[in-house]
Design a protein. Structure first.
Length: 653
């Protein structure tokens, strides 16, 4: 889709305009994915996979699509949504007409990325991608629940609701959703407001644009089948009325309430009374004890003072860390000039700490600039952690830290630039995947194995990476792999077998089961992640998807084919002609050994390096360990910045 094109409906002539994916990069026949607008009373935008809803960007609420809070005025394009009696459509135009940008529906990666053409590198650079995270996948939390991208667990029942199956919910199988704690009584019901939401699927809604929110409440209350209501248009002071009937599906709650909108959800009087009692008990506690109020204010003063000092202390952590490590310092003006003042066109990625920019020093050296964001999901501690670890590591298969910048409250790391980007950029793209023949892929597998072996056994520190995935494996101009992003890494003693944590960090699809469920991490956790990446490299597919009409985890699917002697069915067609069959099958065998369920069954990385470089006999792989056997997560995950690239934090049970 290029600037000026429309997707939507021509109501007068009764036909829809939508984008349909190709079946593959070299097969232009219609594929399974389509992007368009459903002509519901409250028009909603979807990416469909066949006849099933795959991803929903939400209805237009007067400011933006409800499910795209980052769709705001920018320097690349303007957007417009039109809805009247004759047509309903979405379109966009370029702000800077010298730029070239397109929107693509990619069936191979199951994404809808927007690309901007970079004339300097003669390549397309991804600008925005949908789905961007796990919560963007349709109905991941089931009915009457919301998905909170930054929360742990990420799914939560709406107020007044409880899990339909507590047993399944506790195992992160949210597919059955939530049900009301108490039955509705119609006449005695009321509403509870929930702020900052992507509103539910609008398939079962009614709209009245002539009334205000108060009238909308009265209308919904008098209709016993109405489950929720909100404004049709939230611009200005709000206007119009939308009412939902039946289950409320595919809701996201944003950490910043201004990103979403309020939804007023129907609850029985008994539940509303319970909510009000909790509020009143809090108010009573504060107002009934005047002395306590004074103490509270005094306490707040000291807390604020303590936090200010703590922040000042954390600001100094980075500086002292840099001094201790004797890292080269870059002047901020040098970094600003190199990145064209942190231009959006120079932006090449987004990490847990903040954006990453491409830059070029006056000497001609290309650099990658990682800038700590004030609103970072990961803080100064993780940022310092990366500096401490990577500065002490020296290996050809680890990304090299060139220096840093501490100036004007900026905290910046400067790395060597990897001209070929990340591994996942190639292996999940049918066209770009052709650039990686089997020789290059085997070279990447071996280099990645050597880098991990160094971290686990040969470096001054024994390091568990904890977030190994395709997007954290960078490729230089010769396709040499380099492991990056050490913000979540942990050091363990040379004699330690494993560690424990109450905060689980990592990426769905790459986490070892013992880590994802119990918080136990070890070097064998990284071995599991390596096994997943190895299989993805060979198969050219993400560790989730649909095969032969069924949802499978790629790891489990590969093992099943291995067991029945049909491994060739899963090999990426791009490498079939260039591969050495015995070498490729051996790699799959090694990958399956790495993803076995129990850590003690998995080989060490030194054993893996030996297996890759020799013809030693290999053990028969056991069934792999899968975090969620019911696939409620894997079937709809991708992080990021596919969702497989999404780094998450969970609290262990």
């Amino acid at each position: 889709m290029v600037a000026g094109m429309k997707i939507g409906w021509d109501i007068k002539r009764n036909f829809s305009i939508r984008i349909v994916s190709w079946k593959s990069y070299d097969d232009p026949t219609p594929g399974d994915l389509s992007w368009g607008i459903k002509l519901y009373p409250y028009p909603d935008t979807y990416i469909m996979k066949g006849t099933k809803k795959f991803c929903r960007t939400g209805p237009w609420n007067g400011l933006r699509f409800s499910g795209r809070p980052n769709l705001r005025p920018n320097k690349v394009y303007n957007y417009e949504f039109v809805s009247n009696k004759e047509e309903v459509y979405y379109t966009w135009t370029l702000v800077n007409t010298s730029l070239t940008t397109i929107v693509v529906l990619n069936q191979t990666s199951e994404e809808r990325p927007r690309y901007v053409w970079l004339e300097d590198t003669k390549s397309w650079s991804p600008y925005l991608t949908i789905p961007a995270e796990l919560c963007d996948h349709y109905g991941v939390c089931g009915a009457n629940a919301y998905c909170a991208p930054s929360a742990s667990p990420m799914c939560e029942c709406l107020k007044g609701f409880e899990p339909k199956s507590r047993e399944n919910w506790s195992t992160t199988d949210w597919s059955q959703g939530c049900v009301l704690k108490h039955a509705l009584n119609c006449k005695n019901d009321g509403f509870v407001p929930v702020e900052g939401l992507k509103v539910p699927d609008t398939e079962h809604t009614s709209v009245d644009q002539s009334i205000d929110l108060a009238q909308c409440r009265s209308k919904c209350l008098n209709d016993c089948s109405c489950m929720a209501y909100t404004n049709y248009n939230i611009s200005g002071s709000g206007s119009g009325c939308v009412m939902w009937f039946g289950d409320l599906i595919d809701i996201i709650q944003y950490s910043n309430a201004t990103y979403g909108q309020a939804l007023y959800i129907r609850l029985p009087k008994s539940e509303l009374d319970a909510i009000n009692r909790r509020r009143k008990s809090t108010i009573k506690l504060v107002t009934s004890i005047p002395v306590a109020s004074g103490m509270l204010l005094l306490g707040i003063y000291f807390i604020c003072r303590f936090r200010r000092k703590k922040n000042e202390k954390s600001e100094n952590i980075f500086e002292s860390c840099v001094d201790d490590l004797d890292l080269p310092l870059f002047d901020l003006s040098t970094i600003t000039a190199a990145t064209d003042n942190f231009s959006e066109m120079n932006r090449i990625g987004e990490g847990g700490f903040g954006p990453v920019y491409w830059g070029k020093l006056f000497s001609g050296l290309e650099i990658a600039v990682k800038r700590l964001s004030q609103n970072s999901g990961q803080g100064i501690t993780e940022f310092v952690n990366e500096v401490k670890l990577i500065a002490k590591l020296q290996h050809r298969n680890l990304v090299k830290l060139l220096g840093c910048c501490i100036q004007n409250q900026e905290k910046i790391l400067v790395y060597e630039y990897m001209s070929n980007g990340s591994l996942d950029y190639f292996i999940f793209d049918h066209t770009k995947g052709k650039l990686l023949d089997w020789k290059k892929r085997f070279h990447i597998i071996c280099g990645l194995a050597r880098g991990l072996m160094y971290l686990h056994e040969d470096s001054r520190l024994r390091i568990v990476h904890r977030d190994l995935k395709g997007s954290n494996v960078l490729l230089d101009e010769d396709f040499n792999p380099k492991i990056s992003d050490f913000g979540l890494a942990k050091t363990v003693g040379k004699e330690e077998i494993e560690g424990n944590t109450n905060m689980i960090v990592g990426t769905f699809g790459y986490m070892a089961p013992e880590y994802a469920i119990d918080g136990q991490f070890s070097i064998k956790s990284d071995v599991f992640s390596f096994g997943v990446i190895l299989l993805e490299i060979i198969c050219g597919r993400k560790n989730r998807g649909s095969y032969h009409g069924k949802q499978y985890n790629l790891v489990d699917h590969a093992w099943t084919l291995w067991k029945f002697g049909k491994t060739s069915e899963i090999i990426d067609p791009n490498i079939e002609s260039s591969c050495i069959e015995s070498e490729l099958l051996r790699c799959i065998h090694i990958g399956l050994l790495c993803v076995q369920q129990y850590p003690e069954d998995r080989p060490t990385m030194s054993s893996v390096v030996l297996m890759l470089g020799s013809e030693m006999d290999l053990d028969e792989p056991k069934r792999p360990g899968i975090f969620n056997k019911k696939e409620s997560i894997e079937a709809s995950s991708s992080s990021s910045s596919s969702t497989n690239a999404l780094t998450i934090t969970l609290k262990a049970r």
